[in-house]
Design a protein around this ligand. Structure first.
Ligand code: NAD
Length: 275
């Protein structure tokens, strides 16, 4: 028995290939780390070449170069998405897990929301999630071995926040998109699920770049008070970290854990949406 306990834990994602969009960002890199730790090969897609190089180098240092690739991609451009999937196939022979996560943040009242800002949110979030999702769906269908699609939407796809109409509407679109993928994917063994983060905290800042200052302003508090603000309004009185989102993604990614879950939504919000 003592000997058995010393055997290494099996890693459920060995032999699986995961593609993570927005992989150079705060949540994306935490997801990549989690999937790598469970044995997956991970292709990071991002539009920010500098951040992509830095994160790819860091992950390669921790896990070796073999299971990590960084591929420049703009998820709003069809040709760029198609090329990124071709690259993943070239490098690893296919894709089993898609994590659609690339995003932007913005804040503006409805009256101040320009058509450009509205279209930007739709194109990166709704359209971007559609383009990478469709490419993954086509490839998974051709491979004939099912697959798992995980869309990182947001609490804002369910509840609105002040001064975020374009973002909230696009996040709601991602949730319905995932359900549509679940319907058409089911006969093919392709599952599609959503993870909804509430505000994700690192230190005293909400992770997403500009979001932090603008969210503080929209809630009429200072940036240093954001962590306490979000923690205190949650049921569990706990902050949500990028690693918490990564854990939920891992659950949906691993067939062994979530084979019976599709069309689902997992809110990682410390209970905020229940109240
Ligand atoms: P982040 O800004 O740290 O990362 C987002 C990444 O997406 C960046 O690396 C950026 O370069 C990339 N990206 C942007 N536009 C792109 C494009 N056109 N093509 C390819 N890549 C592009 O933000 P994050 O907090 O890690 O957010 C990840 C996801 O989580 C987003 O979809 C966001 O809406 C969602 N989310 C975040 C929070 C939060 O509090 N941070 C809360 C709820 C939902």
């Amino acid at each position: 028995e003592a000997k058995l306990q010393r055997l290494p834990k099996p890693r459920p994602l060995v032999g699986r290939v995961a593609l993570v969009t927005g992989g150079a960002g705060g949540i994306g890199q935490a997801i990549a780390r989690r999937l790598l730790a469970e044995g997956a090969c991970v292709v990071l897609l991002d539009i920010d070449q500098g951040a992509l190089d830095a994160v790819t180098a860091e992950l390669s240092k921790a896990h070796g170069r073999d299971p990590v690739r960084g591929v420049h991609c703009d998820v709003t451009r069809e040709a760029s998405v198609v090329a990124a999937f071709q690259r993943a196939v070239l490098e690893y022979g296919g894709v089993d897990i898609l994590v659609s996560n690339a995003g932007i943040a913005s804040a503006a009242s409805i009256e101040d929301t320009s058509l450009e800002l509205w279209n930007l949110n739709q194109s990166v979030l709704a359209t971007g999630y559609f383009l990478v999702g469709r490419e993954a769906f086509r490839l998974m269908k051709a491979q004939g071995r099912g697959g798992s699609i995980v869309m990182i939407a947001s609490k804002n796809g369910m509840l609105a926040s002040p001064q975020a109409s374009a973002y909230c509407a696009a996040k709601a679109a991602e949730i319905q998109l995932s359900r549509s993928f679940a319907l058409e994917g089911a006969p093919l063994g392709i599952r599609s699920n959503v993870v909804n983060p509430d505000a994700v905290i690192r230190g005293s800042k909400i992770w997403t770049g500009k979001w932090s200052a603008e969210r503080a302003a929209a809630n009429k508090i200072s940036e240093q008070d954001l962590e306490a603000f979000y923690r205190d309004r949650s049921l569990l009185k706990r902050s949500v970290f990028p690693e918490d989102i990564a854990e939920a993604v891992y659950f949906f990614a691993a067939e062994q854990l979530s084979a019976k879950s599709t069309g689902n939504i997992l809110n990682v919000d410390a209970g905020h949406l229940a109240a």
